[in-house]
Design a protein around this ligand. Sequence first.
Ligand code: ACO
Length: 328
Amino acid sequence: MKRPIVELWGTGCYTPQRAMTNEEFSKRLDTSDQWIVERTGIRERRVAEPNESNACMAKAAAEQLLRRNGLAPSDLDTIILATCSPDRLLPSQACDLQAILGAKSAAAFDVGAACTGFLYGLSVAEGLIAAEQAKTILVVASEKLTSIMDWTDRATAVLFGDGAGATIVRRSTNGRGILASYMRSDGTLAELLYRPGGGGTHPPDEALLKDHSYYIKMAGREVFKAAVLSMADACDHALERAGLVAADIDLLIPHQANTRIIEATAKHAGLPMDKVYVNVDRFGNTSAASIPIALDEAVQCGRLVPGMKLLFVAFGAGFTWASMVVQW
Ligand code: ACO
C-alpha cells in the first residue's frame, strides 16, 4: 500500500439554522413530500438567510476547524475554496474568505468543479504540498445554492440546500492520509446541468430575468444515469490505484445528491449500506459542501475513527467526477 504524502487534519462544518421541509415546498409548488422522499430521499434542507452569505458560511466552517486544531488563521499558507454558488463572480470566493478570516499569509483561489469540487480541491492541495509550495492548506467547500436555483421549478428547487464544510491538508505525519485519488470530466455533456445565462455568452439583461436562464437548469433523468455510471467508474479506479478491494473499506462517504444514486453506487462498489454515510435526508444536495459536511458529522458522531479506510466519491456539473481513498 502506498504511503500517503498528505493527511486531512480535522474537520469543521456549518449549516444554516433554517430547516425547510418538503411540506413547505408542497404549499408553493405542484409537488408532495411523498414524491420528493420516494425519488430523492430528501426530507428537509437548510436554507441560508438573505444576509447569510457563502463567505459567512465558509468562515464559520473554517473557524470551527481552526479552533479544534488549535490553529490561527495566520497559520494558513493557502486557501482552496470549492463552490458553484459564489457571492459574486469577481474576485474569487476564496479571496473574500481570506479577508474575513484574516488569513494574512495565505494565497487564495477557487476550484470550479461543482459537486466534485471538494475532491478536486483536496487533490490540488496534495499536489501543492508534494511540490513543497505549501504546508498548511485550508480546503473548504461552501454553497449557497438557494441563491441560484429557480424557486418556481419543481424539478430542481426541491433538491438543493446550503452549507459549508472544511478540512486542513498538511504533510502526513503518521502514515495517515490520501492513499489514492482519481479525477475525470466530460464537458461535452455540460448542458445537461448548467446555468445558461449571466456569463459572457449571455450577459445579464432583462430577458435573463424573465426567462430564468440565470438559474440552474437540469435534465434530471440524464444526470441521474451519468451520475450512477460515473460514480461506479470512480470507485473502481480509486480502489485499484490504492491496491485495495471493497472489503478493505470501512466507510463510504458519497456526494449526497439522492439516496437512489447513493444506493446504486454502494451496490456497484460492493459495499453494504451500513458502511455508507447518508445525510441527504436532512440537508438535500449541498453540491461541493456535501462531502465535507458528511465527513464532519461522521467524525463528530464517532462513525469515523482513526485507523479506518474511507472512500469518497462525487459527481457533478461539467460533468466532473472523482474519488479518493483515505487512511483516516
Ligand atoms: N414533484 C412532483 N413531480 C415532479 C417533481 C417534483 N418535485 N419534479 C419532477 N416531477 C415530475 C416530472 O415533471 C415528470 O412528470 P411527467 O411524467 O408528467 O413528465 C415526472 O415527475 C418524472 O420526472 P423525471 O425527471 O423523469 O423523474 P425522475 O424519476 O428522474 O426523478 C430527479 C427526478 C429526482 C431529479 C432525478 O432524475 C434525479 O435525482 N436526478 C439526479 C439529479 C441530481 O441530483 N442533480 C444534482 C446535481 S448533480 C449531482 O449532484 C449528482
